[in-house]
Design a protein around this ligand. Structure first.
Ligand code: PEP
Ligand code: MG
Length: 536
């Protein structure tokens, strides 16, 4: 038995035989032809690769499609293409030229001090590996699984997870990788327990060796002894039993012991997880982070956004959906859209970014106003700090309404526009903001960060990041009071509401609407239904 420690990328427990993904390293014997011929072979391979990726994209969720859009863009990247062509011109065969350029390019991009960009190195290797396989006449590496397994790999590539039979993936462990790379994002979408950064030792496991992993703590056990095996089996059994019990609460309205009705909504990123959330009993979507649509790097146009938002409403099957306008900047940097800033959390993010970029803001508003005709849609602006921010955002809505009228495009004229309350200024100015906003949604992730001056992604100040602190709870009460005066609804949509203890504190502070990540819905519901919440 050997124990290793990695980093949690998706919670859940797994126990089963290992399947070690060993990527081909030794090339076939390659006959190199003259550069002109190698160039045409390379260009033809790029066309085939783009076509294959487009087909993979058809099977992917809306959010994951962005990954494949990025991969197709890599194959049109002038810098990369020129690098490959210069190797070919110097007499290198096309396949070797792609391998050389890919590793140079991936290393370059990894070294950029931008977390989002450096994590795209895996996508570059993925797409270049495909071109090499096409040139070598090798079948594309596909993850063929024939029985349930814990998949072990150096690093997982997005196409691995899209092409594999995911019902056979008990869990995933990678030696490298990162919690925010695309493969980890896909693993979370599908709820596959995943541990990354386990170190190279994990690759010494052999196929068939039993592996246990705890996706919450990052614990990995290779070849567990009898007692450990029994302990993991028991925990998996208990977790299944608990989810069967919780399942029974799915359709019950969430009412506390003392009769207070709480509305539970879900935080989502696209139609796929909306469907899952509704299946978990969510009463609607309290926060749809529209920025996930933009993560591919290329901004979707009005029509693409319109179809995406319409699919989201469809997935919610008549339940209300709250879509937040683009919230990029700070920790959500997007290559090609955001720029480097000295202090990004206090920089051009959220609505400030949108107000500075009408070319992105107006098409998004147009798509949202059009989608409003299709169902109960609400829209909110992130990072509002002052009433002027809100006035400017609402003025943009008016401008877009006029543009749509001129274009004779029908749109919803009654759509509610609310705000995220996530800056201390918006808490202090809640009375003024409530006069113009149709609703408030309190973002406790950012509110906690800004109230306590504690960077939400910096582990060194994690002790200051306290979403249930007296300062946060007092802010909730101030916002509720201001909203009550104007009769507008308030919800909380920060991740902290997924913690049953914190959710209870929020409800005891007067909050009646919570929006949380779908896997936590039933646990939070169970906790609230078991408590009295009216104090004193
Ligand atoms: C928040 O800040 O609480 C929030 C929900 O927004 P995000 O986490 O996307 O910044
Ligand atoms: Mg926020």
């Amino acid at each position: 038995m050997q124990e290793l420690q990695g980093t949690s990328a998706c919670v859940g427990l797994a126990l089963g035989p290992a399947k070690v993904l060993r990527r081909r390293t030794s090339p076939l014997v390659r006959i190199v032809q003259e550069p002109l011929r190698e160039t045409s072979l390379f260009e033809a391979a790029v066309v085939v690769a783009k076509d294959e990726i487009a087909q993979l994209s058809e099977r992917a969720s809306a959010r994951d499609k962005a990954i494949f859009t990025f991969q197709i863009e890599v194959l049109s990247d002038r810098g990369l293409l020129d690098e490959i062509l210069s190797h070919i011109a110097a007499g290198t065969g096309a396949a070797a030229a792609v391998e050389r350029a890919a590793s140079l390019y991936a290393a370059k991009i990894r070294s950029i001090p931008d977390e989002y960009l450096s994590q795209r190195a895996g996508d570059i290797q993925d797409v270049c590996r495909r071109v090499v396989d096409i040139l070598d006449g090798r079948p594309r590496e596909q993850l063929i699984l024939d029985k349930p397994c814990v998949l072990i790999a150096d690093e997982l590539l997005p196409s691995d997870l899209i092409s594999a039979d995911r019902s056979l993936l008990l869990g995933v462990i990678t030696a490298g990788g990162s919690t925010q790379n695309h493969a980890s994002i896909i693993a979370r979408t599908f709820g596959i327990p995943t541990v990354v950064l386990a170190g190279p030792k994990i690759l010494t496991a052999t196929d068939g060796t039993i592996c246990a992993l705890d996706g919450a703590t990052g614990q990995i056990i290779i070849d567990p002894d009898e007692a450990t095996y029994a302990r993991y089996s028991h925990r998996i059994h208990l977790a299944r039993r608990r989810s069967v019990l919780l399942e029974r609460l799915r359709d019950a309205p969430c009412v506390t012991r003392d009769g207070v009705r709480i509305h539970l909504y879900a935080n989502c990123s696209g139609p796929e997880d909306i469907e899952k959330a509704i299946a978990q009993g969510a009463e609607g979507v309290g926060l749809l982070r529209s920025e996930f649509l933009f993560l591919g790097g290329a901004a979707p146009n009005e029509q693409q956004q319109y179809s995406f938002y319409r699919d989201c409403l469809k997935a919610a099957a008549g339940r209300p959906v709250t879509i937040r306008t683009l919230d990029i900047g700070s920790d959500k940097s997007v290559a090609g859209l955001t720029t480097e800033e000295p202090n990004p959390a206090l920089g051009l993010r959220g609505v400030r970014f949108s107000l500075a970029r009408e070319d992105l803001f107006h098409p998004q508003l147009a798509a949202l106003l059009r989608t409003g005709l299709e169902g109960p849609l609400r829209v909110m602006f992130p990072m509002i700090a002052t009433p002027e921010d809100l006035s400017r955002a609402l003025a943009a809505v008016d401008t877009v309404r006029r543009q749509l009228t001129r274009r004779r495009v029908p749109f919803c004229s009654e759509m509610p526009f609310g705000i995220m309350v996530e800056t201390p200024a918006s808490v202090l100015l809640a009375e003024e903001l409530a006069q113009k906003a149709a609703f408030f949604s309190i973002g406790t992730n950012d509110l906690t960060q800004y109230l306590h001056a504690a960077d939400r992604i910096n582990p060194a100040v994690v002790d200051y990041f306290t979403p249930a602190s007296p300062a946060v709870l007092r802010s909730l009460r101030m916002v509720l009071d201001a909203a009550e005066q104007q009769g507008i609804p308030v919800s909380v949509c920060g991740e902290s509401a997924a913690d049953p203890d914190t959710a209870l504190l929020y409800v005891q502070s007067g909050i009646r609407r919570l929006s949380l990540s779908p896997p936590a819905l039933l646990e939070v519901k169970a906790r609230l239904m078991d408590e009295n919440v009216l104090m004193g």
